[in-house]
Design a protein around this ligand. Structure first.
Ligand SMILES: CC(C)(COP(=O)(O)OP(=O)(O)OC[C@H]1O[C@@H](n2cnc3c(N)ncnc32)[C@H](O)[C@@H]1OP(=O)(O)O)[C@@H](O)C(=O)NCCC(=O)NCCS
Length: 290
């Protein structure tokens, strides 16, 4: 069922930034922090962090988490500078929305982004309109390491009742992938809205009725009135990525239907500041209408 990185069409690495890497629409940028080139990438990323980011980084006790933080945040800066080369990676500044969603600070070129990190993989989604009329399209991304243990009762605790019923009706070998597909899809939505975990996770649900598609339903009766979610119609993509080392990650993306000039998704694997290659993952789930 899954394809992921290994099935990409003979992707060739190009020197950063890679020809044709920047185009309008939704792009996803992946970085594996255990690559052989990781030490060089970490140095490149750490060099452009702000004082505040460096302070956050040093608060992590474990070197692996400090490394992941440096890669993730330096990665955001390097990728944003691909879209707006007049801003150097170290010159990006960020504000946060009411619920903590980072966005590019006022006064800098507008480009929508969202970051996710899991053990072994960082994913960055960028919504960009090359005509320059980009108006803050919602974008959310989530990666989850799909090989980790699932504690008992987690689905019942976090998912909507409809999702739990569908999940538990599946043959057991299929339940793990469905669990992580659901988890990452749900997070991509709460991250696109910017509400994060303040939003009740049972106030919306996903169904997987048609092969290869995912459909989304809101349950307004479970959503307190202070949550405004109907200003965009979300669309979703999800796939399971496999690495040559045998890792598996569920990647899910959410954006607003029809809000971008070209909503085709391009996916790049990178060694930040050094190399980039275009991937062509097969999406396990995509919107019914695409
Ligand atoms: C925002 C949130 C949803 C993301 O959490 P996460 O899955 O742990 O982490 P991810 O790596 O995917 O995303 C973290 C990044 O999202 C961004 N982010 C933070 N708040 C955000 C918000 N309100 N909306 C969108 N993005 C946000 C930040 O860039 C953050 O990276 P940083 O901490 O290095 O700055 C968070 O509220 C959370 O705590 N989640 C817990 C997960 C959970 O229990 N889920 C239930 C099952 S569905």
């Amino acid at each position: 069922m899954s394809s992921g990185l290994e099935d990409a069409h003979s992707p060739t690495w190009h020197r950063w930034p890679g020809e044709g890497a920047v185009r309008g629409g939704l792009s996803v940028w992946l970085c594996r922090d255990a690559e052989p080139d990781a030490a060089a990438a970490i140095a490149i990323c750490r060099d452009c962090l702000s004082d505040e980011e460096l302070a956050r980084m040093t608060r992590f006790r474990f070197p692996a988490l400090r490394q992941q933080f440096a890669i993730a945040h330096g990665f955001v800066r390097h990728v944003l500078s691909l879209f707006h080369p007049q801003v150097a990676p170290r010159d990006w500044r960020f504000d946060t929305g009411a619920q903590g969603k980072p966005e590019v600070a006022t006064g800098l070129p507008r480009v929508g982004f969202n970051l996710s990190h899991a053990t072994g993989l960082v994913a960055l989604a960028v919504a960009y309109d090359e005509t320059g009329v980009f108006s803050g399209d919602p974008v959310g991304v989530d990666v989850e390491q799909a090989t980790r243990n699932i504690g008992p009762g987690i689905a019942r605790r976090y998912f909507a009742p409809e999702e739990v019923t569908d999940l538990e009706a599946l043959p057991e070998p299929e339940q793990r992938d469905r669990f992580f597909a659901l988890w990452s899809l749900k997070e991509s939505y709460i991250k696109a809205t910017g509400y994060g975990l303040s939003m009740p996770l049972d106030s919306f649900s996903f169904a997987f009725d048609a092969p290869g598609c995912v459909s989304f339903r809101r349950h307004p009766d479970r959503l307190p009135p202070e949550f405004a979610t109907d200003h965009f119609t979300p669309v979703f993509w999800q796939t399971m990525l496999s690495s040559p080392a045998g890792e598996r990650h569920s990647l899910a993306l959410c954006t607003g239907a029809g809000t971008l000039q070209d909503d085709a998704i391009t996916v790049f694997e990178t060694v930040p500041g050094r190399a980039v290659r275009r991937l062509d993952p097969v999406w396990d789930r995509r919107p019914a209408e695409t």
